[in-house]
Design a protein around this ligand. Structure first.
Ligand SMILES: [Zn+2]
Length: 320
């Protein structure tokens, strides 16, 4: 099933499919939470479908196998865990699949999710296959953006960017799905991605985000008490909380600089104002940088004492 914001891109692909001109390696660039996996799978199923060239018929043997996730010509590779790399062994396996004969006398499809997580050795192993594509083999790669993708890979692919809808459209779509009103800041905290925003609310993160900001902005008023309560809230929520606080502090800086029109926290403006009038720009800047560094550190290394490190970061507000 496709989402409304995917229709235009899908129609472009359909046109290429109907003309038999789809490139052998498609790279789909899309934000997390925009349904890129669904879109990529729709393409895979269509390429494999035995009845129809431009959309999955849903009834042929191939479509049935695809729906049951047992299609022998569909190969799917992704990092074992979010944030981890795709290893070279997984790509060597892809290369073997690429030259195998189709079991259903049709095409083979190899889908590589998070191609931006290919390590250098893995990317190099893939290059040769992309350069000299075996016939009847369709590659579909997905990634968040070109930033962390090796240029050698992206230059051999046909790139397509799936844009997220504008924020009001995202908001309306999520409100319709959830039958409740949605804050603009929930949309903005999720980069405008509709499914990410929906999940944010479904999982109660919007409420916990609100509670954290409430406690944090109170903490940043003299006499700066409650540091352990905030550290506990952050630890409970996980490292995403550091991102939230970093966005919040950036908003405070923007407000101090008179750029109020570009704030993420539209509905928490009172809290942004309270902190912006209390904490100096120099401290805010330093603390944003340190929050981002700490986020990276915690993301990379497991087993660190998260709570202690957050307390240490928070004391950076008091030391001045
Ligand atoms: Zn079919």
């Amino acid at each position: 099933m496709l989402y409304p914001w995917q229709q235009t891109l899908w129609q472009n692909w359909q046109q290429l499919l109907s003309q038999g001109r789809l490139h052998h390696a498609i790279l789909l660039l899309a934000a997390k939470g925009s349904g890129r996996e669904e879109l990529a799978k729709q393409l895979a199923q269509t390429v494999l479908c035995q009845n129809c060239d431009t959309e999955p018929c849903g009834v042929c043997h191939s479509c049935q196998l695809f729906a049951a996730q047992t299609h022998p010509d569909f190969h799917h590779v992704a990092p074992l865990e979010e944030g981890k790399q795709i290893g070279v062994d997984a790509i060597r396996q892809c290369n073997r699949w690429a030259v195998e004969t189709s079991q259903l006398a049709g095409q083979r499809v190899i889908m590589i999710e998070h191609a931006d997580a290919l390590g250098e050795a893995a990317a190099n192993a893939l290059l040769k296959t992309l350069e000299e594509p075996p016939s009847g083999c369709q590659f579909i790669l997905t990634a968040q953006s070109l930033d962390s993708l090796l240029p050698t890979i992206n230059s051999r692919c046909n790139k397509w960017r799936l844009a997220v809808p504008d924020e009001q459209e995202t908001r309306r779509w999520v409100e319709k799905q959830m039958m409740q009103s949605v804050k603009l800041e929930s949309v903005r905290l999720n980069g405008g991605a509709p499914l990410a925003t929906q999940q944010f609310i479904e999982q109660g993160q919007d409420i916990r985000h609100g509670n954290l900001l409430e406690a944090f902005s109170r903490f940043l008023q003299p006499p700066f008490t409650g540091i352990y309560d905030i550290a506990a809230l952050c630890t409970k929520e996980g490292i995403i909380s550091l991102k939230w606080l970093s966005y919040f502090l950036v908003d405070c800086i923007k407000l101090q600089q008179g750029a109020a029109a570009h704030l993420v926290h539209r509905e928490s403006l009172d809290k942004v104002q309270a902190v912006a009038s209390q904490v100096t720009p120099a401290v805010l800047m330093t603390q944003v940088r340190k929050a981002n560094e700490l986020h990276k550190k915690l993301e990379k290394h497991t087993g660190l004492n998260e709570e202690l490190l957050i307390v240490e970061w928070l004391t950076g507000f008091i030391a001045h």
